[in-house]
Design a protein around this ligand. Structure first.
Ligand code: ADP
Length: 482
Protein backbone atom coordinates (compact mmCIF):
# COMPACT_ATOMS: atom_id res chain seq x y z
CA UNK A 1 0.00 0.00 0.00
CA UNK A 2 1.31 3.46 -0.84
CA UNK A 3 0.46 6.52 1.21
CA UNK A 4 -0.07 9.87 -0.41
CA UNK A 5 1.53 12.70 1.50
CA UNK A 6 -0.06 16.13 1.65
CA UNK A 7 2.44 19.02 1.62
CA UNK A 8 3.86 19.71 5.11
CA UNK A 9 6.16 22.68 4.67
CA UNK A 10 8.09 24.10 7.60
CA UNK A 11 7.55 27.85 7.89
CA UNK A 12 10.49 30.03 6.91
CA UNK A 13 9.13 32.98 8.93
CA UNK A 14 11.55 32.22 11.75
CA UNK A 15 14.60 33.32 9.76
CA UNK A 16 15.38 36.86 8.79
CA UNK A 17 17.99 37.09 6.06
CA UNK A 18 19.71 40.40 5.40
CA UNK A 19 20.04 41.52 1.76
CA UNK A 20 23.81 41.75 2.15
CA UNK A 21 26.46 40.48 4.58
CA UNK A 22 29.96 41.60 5.52
CA UNK A 23 32.68 39.66 7.35
CA UNK A 24 32.73 39.01 11.10
CA UNK A 25 36.00 40.41 12.40
CA UNK A 26 36.98 41.28 15.96
CA UNK A 27 33.46 40.77 17.27
CA UNK A 28 31.69 43.01 14.71
CA UNK A 29 30.30 42.75 11.21
CA UNK A 30 32.43 44.80 8.83
CA UNK A 31 31.36 45.70 5.30
CA UNK A 32 32.96 43.83 2.41
CA UNK A 33 33.91 45.44 -0.90
CA UNK A 34 32.79 42.96 -3.55
CA UNK A 35 29.74 40.69 -3.20
CA UNK A 36 28.32 37.58 -4.84
CA UNK A 37 24.81 36.11 -4.60
CA UNK A 38 23.92 33.07 -2.53
CA UNK A 39 20.88 31.18 -3.77
CA UNK A 40 18.37 28.61 -2.60
CA UNK A 41 19.34 25.60 -4.76
CA UNK A 42 15.77 24.25 -4.64
CA UNK A 43 14.27 27.35 -6.29
CA UNK A 44 17.24 29.42 -7.59
CA UNK A 45 15.86 32.36 -5.55
CA UNK A 46 18.62 34.78 -4.52
CA UNK A 47 18.67 34.73 -0.72
CA UNK A 48 21.34 37.32 -0.06
CA UNK A 49 24.70 38.72 -1.16
CA UNK A 50 27.90 37.53 0.47
CA UNK A 51 31.21 39.39 0.69
CA UNK A 52 34.15 38.15 -1.31
CA UNK A 53 37.03 38.40 1.13
CA UNK A 54 40.42 39.57 -0.12
CA UNK A 55 43.93 39.68 1.32
CA UNK A 56 43.24 42.76 3.45
CA UNK A 57 40.12 41.18 5.02
CA UNK A 58 42.08 38.03 5.85
CA UNK A 59 44.89 40.19 7.24
CA UNK A 60 42.50 42.05 9.55
CA UNK A 61 40.87 38.81 10.70
CA UNK A 62 44.23 37.18 11.47
CA UNK A 63 45.39 40.31 13.35
CA UNK A 64 42.17 40.25 15.42
CA UNK A 65 42.61 36.54 16.15
CA UNK A 66 46.26 37.04 17.14
CA UNK A 67 45.39 39.90 19.48
CA UNK A 68 42.53 37.93 21.04
CA UNK A 69 44.85 34.95 21.49
CA UNK A 70 47.60 36.92 23.23
CA UNK A 71 45.51 39.35 25.24
CA UNK A 72 42.47 37.31 26.22
CA UNK A 73 41.94 33.72 25.20
CA UNK A 74 45.33 32.27 26.16
CA UNK A 75 45.02 33.96 29.56
CA UNK A 76 41.70 32.32 30.42
CA UNK A 77 41.63 29.04 32.32
CA UNK A 78 40.18 25.97 30.63
CA UNK A 79 37.24 26.21 33.01
CA UNK A 80 36.43 29.75 31.82
CA UNK A 81 36.79 28.77 28.15
CA UNK A 82 34.47 25.86 28.81
CA UNK A 83 31.78 28.21 30.11
CA UNK A 84 31.73 30.06 26.79
CA UNK A 85 31.45 26.80 24.88
CA UNK A 86 28.56 25.65 27.07
CA UNK A 87 26.86 28.99 26.51
CA UNK A 88 27.27 28.71 22.73
CA UNK A 89 25.91 25.14 22.82
CA UNK A 90 22.83 26.21 24.76
CA UNK A 91 22.12 29.17 22.46
CA UNK A 92 22.44 26.85 19.45
CA UNK A 93 19.85 24.57 21.01
CA UNK A 94 17.54 27.49 21.75
CA UNK A 95 17.84 28.74 18.17
CA UNK A 96 17.88 25.26 16.62
CA UNK A 97 14.80 25.73 14.46
CA UNK A 98 16.10 28.99 13.02
CA UNK A 99 19.41 27.34 12.14
CA UNK A 100 17.67 24.29 10.65
CA UNK A 101 15.42 26.37 8.37
CA UNK A 102 18.28 28.64 7.28
CA UNK A 103 20.57 25.68 6.52
CA UNK A 104 17.84 24.01 4.48
CA UNK A 105 17.19 27.21 2.50
CA UNK A 106 20.85 27.83 1.74
CA UNK A 107 22.03 24.26 1.21
CA UNK A 108 19.00 22.41 -0.23
CA UNK A 109 19.12 19.53 2.25
CA UNK A 110 15.81 18.33 3.76
CA UNK A 111 14.53 19.97 6.93
CA UNK A 112 14.17 16.48 8.41
CA UNK A 113 17.97 16.15 8.30
CA UNK A 114 18.93 19.69 9.38
CA UNK A 115 16.40 19.52 12.23
CA UNK A 116 17.16 15.97 13.41
CA UNK A 117 20.82 15.46 12.47
CA UNK A 118 22.89 18.54 11.56
CA UNK A 119 21.84 21.00 14.25
CA UNK A 120 21.60 18.51 17.18
CA UNK A 121 25.10 17.27 16.26
CA UNK A 122 26.37 20.86 16.12
CA UNK A 123 25.17 21.49 19.69
CA UNK A 124 26.57 18.10 20.75
CA UNK A 125 30.03 19.08 19.42
CA UNK A 126 30.05 22.25 21.50
CA UNK A 127 28.84 20.42 24.62
CA UNK A 128 31.40 17.64 24.16
CA UNK A 129 34.32 20.03 23.71
CA UNK A 130 33.12 22.31 26.52
CA UNK A 131 33.59 19.31 28.78
CA UNK A 132 37.19 18.85 27.64
CA UNK A 133 38.29 22.49 28.02
CA UNK A 134 39.34 22.15 31.69
CA UNK A 135 40.56 18.55 31.45
CA UNK A 136 43.22 18.79 28.76
CA UNK A 137 45.97 17.87 31.23
CA UNK A 138 44.20 14.56 31.76
CA UNK A 139 43.48 13.73 28.11
CA UNK A 140 46.52 11.50 27.79
CA UNK A 141 48.28 14.11 25.66
CA UNK A 142 51.19 14.65 28.05
CA UNK A 143 51.86 17.31 30.64
CA UNK A 144 50.32 20.73 29.99
CA UNK A 145 49.57 20.59 26.25
CA UNK A 146 49.58 24.07 24.66
CA UNK A 147 47.50 25.66 21.87
CA UNK A 148 49.16 26.63 18.57
CA UNK A 149 47.71 30.16 18.42
CA UNK A 150 45.56 31.10 15.43
CA UNK A 151 43.84 28.31 13.50
CA UNK A 152 42.80 28.89 9.86
CA UNK A 153 39.74 26.80 9.08
CA UNK A 154 38.23 26.20 5.64
CA UNK A 155 35.01 24.27 5.27
CA UNK A 156 32.83 22.83 2.48
CA UNK A 157 29.15 23.21 1.59
CA UNK A 158 27.77 19.75 2.35
CA UNK A 159 27.35 20.15 6.15
CA UNK A 160 27.95 23.89 6.54
CA UNK A 161 27.21 24.47 10.23
CA UNK A 162 28.27 20.98 11.30
CA UNK A 163 31.69 21.40 9.68
CA UNK A 164 31.98 24.77 11.42
CA UNK A 165 31.26 23.02 14.73
CA UNK A 166 33.81 20.26 13.99
CA UNK A 167 36.40 23.01 13.49
CA UNK A 168 35.50 25.79 15.94
CA UNK A 169 34.57 23.72 19.02
CA UNK A 170 37.90 21.85 19.43
CA UNK A 171 39.93 24.95 18.50
CA UNK A 172 38.29 27.07 21.21
CA UNK A 173 38.29 24.28 23.80
CA UNK A 174 42.05 23.86 23.37
CA UNK A 175 42.71 27.61 23.64
CA UNK A 176 43.27 28.52 19.99
CA UNK A 177 41.53 31.42 18.24
CA UNK A 178 40.01 31.10 14.81
CA UNK A 179 39.73 32.56 11.31
CA UNK A 180 37.13 30.50 9.45
CA UNK A 181 35.97 30.60 5.84
CA UNK A 182 32.67 28.95 4.91
CA UNK A 183 32.08 27.60 1.40
CA UNK A 184 30.93 30.10 -1.22
CA UNK A 185 27.46 28.58 -1.69
CA UNK A 186 26.64 28.13 2.02
CA UNK A 187 27.81 31.03 4.19
CA UNK A 188 24.53 31.99 5.84
CA UNK A 189 24.55 29.70 8.89
CA UNK A 190 28.19 30.60 9.62
CA UNK A 191 27.14 34.27 9.63
CA UNK A 192 24.24 33.46 11.95
CA UNK A 193 26.74 31.63 14.16
CA UNK A 194 28.67 34.91 14.33
CA UNK A 195 25.56 36.41 15.95
CA UNK A 196 25.58 33.53 18.45
CA UNK A 197 29.19 34.42 19.34
CA UNK A 198 28.02 37.98 20.04
CA UNK A 199 25.04 36.73 22.04
CA UNK A 200 27.35 34.50 24.10
CA UNK A 201 29.61 37.53 24.68
CA UNK A 202 32.58 35.58 23.40
CA UNK A 203 35.58 37.95 23.65
CA UNK A 204 36.14 39.93 20.45
CA UNK A 205 38.45 38.31 17.89
CA UNK A 206 38.28 34.75 19.28
CA UNK A 207 36.15 33.71 16.30
CA UNK A 208 36.48 35.58 12.98
CA UNK A 209 34.58 34.63 9.84
CA UNK A 210 35.73 35.77 6.42
CA UNK A 211 33.49 34.76 3.54
CA UNK A 212 34.69 34.24 -0.02
CA UNK A 213 35.93 31.74 -2.58
CA UNK A 214 39.04 29.64 -3.14
CA UNK A 215 41.27 32.73 -3.33
CA UNK A 216 40.08 33.77 0.15
CA UNK A 217 40.82 30.23 1.39
CA UNK A 218 44.30 30.36 -0.16
CA UNK A 219 44.94 33.73 1.53
CA UNK A 220 44.17 32.12 4.90
CA UNK A 221 46.39 29.11 4.16
CA UNK A 222 49.32 31.30 3.10
CA UNK A 223 49.03 33.89 5.86
CA UNK A 224 52.15 33.86 8.07
CA UNK A 225 50.05 34.53 11.19
CA UNK A 226 48.22 31.19 10.86
CA UNK A 227 49.79 28.34 12.84
CA UNK A 228 47.40 25.52 12.17
CA UNK A 229 45.11 24.73 9.25
CA UNK A 230 42.00 22.59 9.41
CA UNK A 231 40.49 21.89 6.01
CA UNK A 232 37.56 19.81 4.82
CA UNK A 233 36.92 19.64 1.08
CA UNK A 234 38.08 18.06 -2.14
CA UNK A 235 41.27 16.04 -2.52
CA UNK A 236 42.42 18.45 -5.26
CA UNK A 237 42.30 21.46 -2.96
CA UNK A 238 43.73 19.39 -0.09
CA UNK A 239 46.77 18.64 -2.26
CA UNK A 240 47.16 22.34 -3.08
CA UNK A 241 47.11 23.17 0.63
CA UNK A 242 49.64 20.44 1.41
CA UNK A 243 51.96 21.89 -1.26
CA UNK A 244 51.43 25.45 0.00
CA UNK A 245 52.48 24.60 3.57
CA UNK A 246 55.21 22.10 2.70
CA UNK A 247 58.07 24.45 3.52
CA UNK A 248 56.47 26.01 6.60
CA UNK A 249 55.98 24.79 10.17
CA UNK A 250 52.18 25.04 9.89
CA UNK A 251 50.29 22.03 11.19
CA UNK A 252 47.35 20.72 9.18
CA UNK A 253 44.46 18.32 9.27
CA UNK A 254 42.99 17.58 5.85
CA UNK A 255 39.66 15.81 5.59
CA UNK A 256 39.21 15.03 1.90
CA UNK A 257 37.26 12.83 -0.49
CA UNK A 258 36.11 9.25 -0.30
CA UNK A 259 34.58 6.36 -2.21
CA UNK A 260 33.26 4.32 0.69
CA UNK A 261 32.61 0.60 0.25
CA UNK A 262 29.44 -0.82 1.78
CA UNK A 263 30.08 -4.58 1.85
CA UNK A 264 27.08 -6.89 2.23
CA UNK A 265 27.80 -10.56 3.00
CA UNK A 266 25.32 -13.34 2.26
CA UNK A 267 24.50 -13.81 5.96
CA UNK A 268 23.45 -10.17 6.40
CA UNK A 269 19.94 -9.23 7.52
CA UNK A 270 18.79 -8.13 4.05
CA UNK A 271 16.00 -5.71 4.98
CA UNK A 272 18.24 -3.87 7.46
CA UNK A 273 21.06 -3.84 4.91
CA UNK A 274 18.76 -2.24 2.33
CA UNK A 275 17.94 0.55 4.82
CA UNK A 276 21.66 0.95 5.47
CA UNK A 277 22.45 1.11 1.75
CA UNK A 278 19.81 3.82 1.26
CA UNK A 279 21.09 5.78 4.25
CA UNK A 280 24.68 5.25 3.10
CA UNK A 281 24.25 6.86 -0.31
CA UNK A 282 21.05 8.94 -0.31
CA UNK A 283 21.53 10.72 3.04
CA UNK A 284 22.24 14.40 2.31
CA UNK A 285 21.77 13.82 -1.47
CA UNK A 286 24.98 11.77 -1.38
CA UNK A 287 26.92 14.98 -0.68
CA UNK A 288 28.88 13.12 1.97
CA UNK A 289 32.62 12.44 1.85
CA UNK A 290 32.10 9.19 3.78
CA UNK A 291 29.05 8.09 1.72
CA UNK A 292 28.72 4.38 0.98
CA UNK A 293 28.93 5.11 -2.73
CA UNK A 294 30.18 1.64 -3.74
CA UNK A 295 27.92 -1.25 -2.82
CA UNK A 296 29.88 -4.50 -2.81
CA UNK A 297 27.38 -7.34 -2.74
CA UNK A 298 27.96 -11.07 -2.34
CA UNK A 299 26.90 -12.57 -5.68
CA UNK A 300 24.51 -15.16 -4.18
CA UNK A 301 22.25 -12.43 -2.70
CA UNK A 302 22.83 -9.70 -5.29
CA UNK A 303 19.54 -10.12 -7.19
CA UNK A 304 17.46 -10.20 -4.02
CA UNK A 305 19.17 -7.12 -2.55
CA UNK A 306 18.91 -5.12 -5.78
CA UNK A 307 15.21 -5.95 -6.17
CA UNK A 308 14.48 -4.87 -2.58
CA UNK A 309 16.61 -1.77 -3.03
CA UNK A 310 14.60 -0.75 -6.09
CA UNK A 311 11.33 -1.16 -4.17
CA UNK A 312 12.74 0.92 -1.29
CA UNK A 313 14.11 3.60 -3.66
CA UNK A 314 10.66 3.95 -5.23
CA UNK A 315 9.46 5.22 -1.84
CA UNK A 316 12.10 7.96 -1.51
CA UNK A 317 10.36 11.33 -1.64
CA UNK A 318 12.34 13.85 -3.67
CA UNK A 319 11.26 17.50 -3.54
CA UNK A 320 10.83 20.67 -1.50
CA UNK A 321 13.58 20.52 1.16
CA UNK A 322 11.43 22.53 3.57
CA UNK A 323 8.69 19.87 3.42
CA UNK A 324 8.89 17.72 6.55
CA UNK A 325 8.19 14.56 4.51
CA UNK A 326 11.02 15.08 2.02
CA UNK A 327 13.80 12.48 2.02
CA UNK A 328 16.01 13.78 -0.78
CA UNK A 329 16.45 17.51 -1.34
CA UNK A 330 18.16 19.64 -3.96
CA UNK A 331 21.67 19.29 -5.32
CA UNK A 332 23.67 22.12 -3.76
CA UNK A 333 24.72 23.95 -6.93
CA UNK A 334 24.50 23.96 -10.70
CA UNK A 335 28.22 23.09 -10.90
CA UNK A 336 27.73 20.04 -8.69
CA UNK A 337 24.73 18.93 -10.74
CA UNK A 338 26.80 19.17 -13.92
CA UNK A 339 29.52 17.04 -12.32
CA UNK A 340 27.01 14.37 -11.21
CA UNK A 341 25.44 14.30 -14.68
CA UNK A 342 28.84 14.03 -16.38
CA UNK A 343 30.05 11.13 -14.24
CA UNK A 344 26.71 9.33 -14.63
CA UNK A 345 26.94 9.72 -18.42
CA UNK A 346 30.42 8.21 -18.22
CA UNK A 347 28.87 5.27 -16.31
CA UNK A 348 26.44 4.78 -19.22
CA UNK A 349 29.21 5.04 -21.79
CA UNK A 350 31.37 2.51 -19.93
CA UNK A 351 28.55 -0.02 -20.11
CA UNK A 352 27.09 0.02 -16.60
CA UNK A 353 23.30 -0.18 -16.34
CA UNK A 354 21.51 2.84 -14.85
CA UNK A 355 18.24 2.68 -12.90
CA UNK A 356 16.21 5.36 -11.11
CA UNK A 357 12.66 5.35 -9.80
CA UNK A 358 10.07 7.55 -11.45
CA UNK A 359 10.46 11.06 -9.95
CA UNK A 360 8.75 14.34 -10.78
CA UNK A 361 11.61 16.77 -10.60
CA UNK A 362 10.97 20.51 -10.62
CA UNK A 363 12.22 22.60 -13.58
CA UNK A 364 13.46 25.24 -11.18
CA UNK A 365 16.42 24.44 -8.98
CA UNK A 366 18.96 21.61 -9.17
CA UNK A 367 17.71 18.05 -8.92
CA UNK A 368 18.94 14.53 -9.53
CA UNK A 369 16.87 11.39 -8.96
CA UNK A 370 18.28 8.65 -6.70
CA UNK A 371 20.23 6.42 -9.06
CA UNK A 372 21.96 3.04 -9.06
CA UNK A 373 24.36 1.55 -11.57
CA UNK A 374 24.62 -2.25 -11.80
CA UNK A 375 27.22 -4.22 -13.74
CA UNK A 376 29.97 -1.89 -12.53
CA UNK A 377 33.54 -3.16 -12.69
CA UNK A 378 36.59 -1.91 -10.82
CA UNK A 379 37.95 -0.26 -13.95
CA UNK A 380 34.89 1.96 -14.38
CA UNK A 381 35.36 5.58 -13.46
CA UNK A 382 32.12 5.48 -11.44
CA UNK A 383 33.79 2.84 -9.25
CA UNK A 384 36.88 4.97 -8.70
CA UNK A 385 35.91 8.65 -8.68
CA UNK A 386 33.88 10.49 -6.09
CA UNK A 387 30.53 11.52 -7.64
CA UNK A 388 29.32 13.37 -4.51
CA UNK A 389 25.68 12.89 -5.43
CA UNK A 390 22.82 10.37 -5.04
CA UNK A 391 24.47 7.79 -7.30
CA UNK A 392 25.41 4.27 -6.19
CA UNK A 393 27.81 1.98 -8.06
CA UNK A 394 27.11 -1.73 -7.46
CA UNK A 395 29.81 -4.42 -7.73
CA UNK A 396 29.65 -8.08 -6.70
CA UNK A 397 32.04 -10.59 -5.10
CA UNK A 398 32.24 -14.33 -4.48
CA UNK A 399 34.77 -14.74 -1.63
CA UNK A 400 35.34 -12.53 1.43
CA UNK A 401 38.93 -11.85 0.32
CA UNK A 402 37.70 -10.65 -3.07
CA UNK A 403 35.32 -8.27 -1.25
CA UNK A 404 38.24 -6.81 0.72
CA UNK A 405 40.41 -6.44 -2.39
CA UNK A 406 37.64 -4.65 -4.25
CA UNK A 407 36.76 -2.45 -1.28
CA UNK A 408 40.39 -1.33 -0.90
CA UNK A 409 40.96 -0.78 -4.61
CA UNK A 410 40.54 3.02 -4.71
CA UNK A 411 42.87 5.94 -4.06
CA UNK A 412 40.70 6.82 -1.04
CA UNK A 413 40.32 5.31 2.43
CA UNK A 414 37.74 7.23 4.42
CA UNK A 415 34.81 4.98 5.31
CA UNK A 416 33.43 1.48 4.91
CA UNK A 417 30.44 -0.55 6.04
CA UNK A 418 30.14 -4.26 6.80
CA UNK A 419 26.84 -6.13 6.86
CA UNK A 420 26.95 -9.60 8.40
CA UNK A 421 25.35 -11.40 11.32
CA UNK A 422 28.68 -12.93 12.36
CA UNK A 423 30.82 -10.95 14.80
CA UNK A 424 33.92 -12.90 13.76
CA UNK A 425 33.43 -11.92 10.11
CA UNK A 426 32.91 -8.27 11.10
CA UNK A 427 36.19 -8.26 13.09
CA UNK A 428 38.03 -10.00 10.26
CA UNK A 429 36.74 -7.56 7.65
CA UNK A 430 37.39 -4.49 9.79
CA UNK A 431 41.03 -5.55 10.09
CA UNK A 432 41.33 -5.83 6.31
CA UNK A 433 39.49 -2.69 5.23
CA UNK A 434 41.78 0.30 4.79
CA UNK A 435 39.34 2.96 5.97
CA UNK A 436 39.45 5.47 8.80
CA UNK A 437 35.84 4.87 9.85
CA UNK A 438 34.18 1.44 9.65
CA UNK A 439 30.54 0.87 10.51
CA UNK A 440 29.10 -2.58 11.18
CA UNK A 441 25.43 -3.21 10.41
CA UNK A 442 24.82 0.52 10.21
CA UNK A 443 26.12 3.48 8.20
CA UNK A 444 26.68 7.24 8.50
CA UNK A 445 26.55 7.37 12.28
CA UNK A 446 28.38 10.31 13.85
CA UNK A 447 29.31 11.26 17.39
CA UNK A 448 31.60 14.02 18.70
CA UNK A 449 33.48 11.47 20.83
CA UNK A 450 34.40 9.36 17.80
CA UNK A 451 37.49 10.30 15.79
CA UNK A 452 36.90 10.75 12.06
CA UNK A 453 39.43 10.85 9.20
CA UNK A 454 40.98 8.91 6.39
CA UNK A 455 43.88 7.03 4.86
CA UNK A 456 45.54 7.61 1.49
CA UNK A 457 43.97 10.42 -0.57
CA UNK A 458 41.20 10.85 2.00
CA UNK A 459 43.44 13.03 4.11
CA UNK A 460 45.64 13.60 7.13
CA UNK A 461 44.77 13.44 10.79
CA UNK A 462 41.60 12.92 12.77
CA UNK A 463 38.81 15.18 13.94
CA UNK A 464 36.59 14.46 16.94
CA UNK A 465 37.28 12.65 20.18
CA UNK A 466 40.65 12.82 21.93
CA UNK A 467 42.47 12.42 18.61
CA UNK A 468 40.80 15.59 17.38
CA UNK A 469 41.94 17.54 20.45
CA UNK A 470 45.53 16.45 19.87
CA UNK A 471 45.47 18.09 16.44
CA UNK A 472 45.04 21.51 18.11
CA UNK A 473 47.71 21.09 20.80
CA UNK A 474 51.48 21.16 21.02
CA UNK A 475 52.60 18.31 23.20
CA UNK A 476 55.87 17.15 24.77
CA UNK A 477 58.96 19.10 23.74
CA UNK A 478 56.97 21.25 21.30
CA UNK A 479 55.38 23.08 24.24
CA UNK A 480 58.64 24.42 25.66
CA UNK A 481 57.22 23.53 29.13
CA UNK A 482 59.73 21.51 31.17
P1 ADP B 1 33.99 20.98 -2.87
O1 ADP B 1 34.29 19.97 -3.88
O2 ADP B 1 33.33 20.47 -1.63
O3 ADP B 1 33.38 22.26 -3.42
P2 ADP B 1 36.45 22.40 -2.50
O4 ADP B 1 37.66 21.71 -2.05
O5 ADP B 1 36.41 23.01 -3.85
O6 ADP B 1 35.35 21.33 -2.27
O7 ADP B 1 36.02 23.52 -1.47
C1 ADP B 1 36.11 23.36 -0.07
C2 ADP B 1 36.51 24.70 0.54
O8 ADP B 1 37.83 25.03 0.12
C3 ADP B 1 35.62 25.87 0.12
O9 ADP B 1 35.43 26.71 1.25
C4 ADP B 1 36.46 26.56 -0.95
O10 ADP B 1 36.18 27.92 -1.10
C5 ADP B 1 37.87 26.35 -0.40
N1 ADP B 1 38.95 26.43 -1.39
C6 ADP B 1 38.89 26.23 -2.74
N2 ADP B 1 40.12 26.38 -3.30
C7 ADP B 1 40.98 26.66 -2.29
C8 ADP B 1 42.40 26.89 -2.21
N3 ADP B 1 43.18 26.86 -3.28
N4 ADP B 1 42.95 27.12 -0.99
C9 ADP B 1 42.18 27.13 0.12
N5 ADP B 1 40.85 26.93 0.11
C10 ADP B 1 40.24 26.69 -1.06
Amino acid sequence: MTFEYAPAPESRAIVSIKPKYGHFINGSFVAGKKHFPTINPATEEILSHISLGGLSDVDKAVAAAQKAYTKTWSKLSGKERGKYLYRIARILQERAREFAVLETLDNGKPIRETRDIDIPLVAAHFFYHAGWADKLDYAGLGHSPQPYGVAGQIIPWNFPLLMLAWKVAPALATGNTVVLKPAETTSLTALLFAEVCQQAELPDGVVNIVTGDGSTGAAIVNHPGIHKIAFTGSTDVGKKIARAIASTDKKATLELGGKGANVVFDDAPVDEAVEGIVNGIFFNQGHVCCAGSRLILQESIADEVIEKLKVRMSKIRVGDPLDKNTDLGAINSKEQLVKIKELSAIGDAEGAERWSPQCNLSDKGFWFAPTIFTGVTQAHRIAQEEIFGPVLSILTFRTPQEAMDKANNTPFGLSAGIWSEKGSRIFWASQHLKAGVIWANTFNKFDPASPFGGYKESGWGREGGKHGLAAYLKTGKETGVK
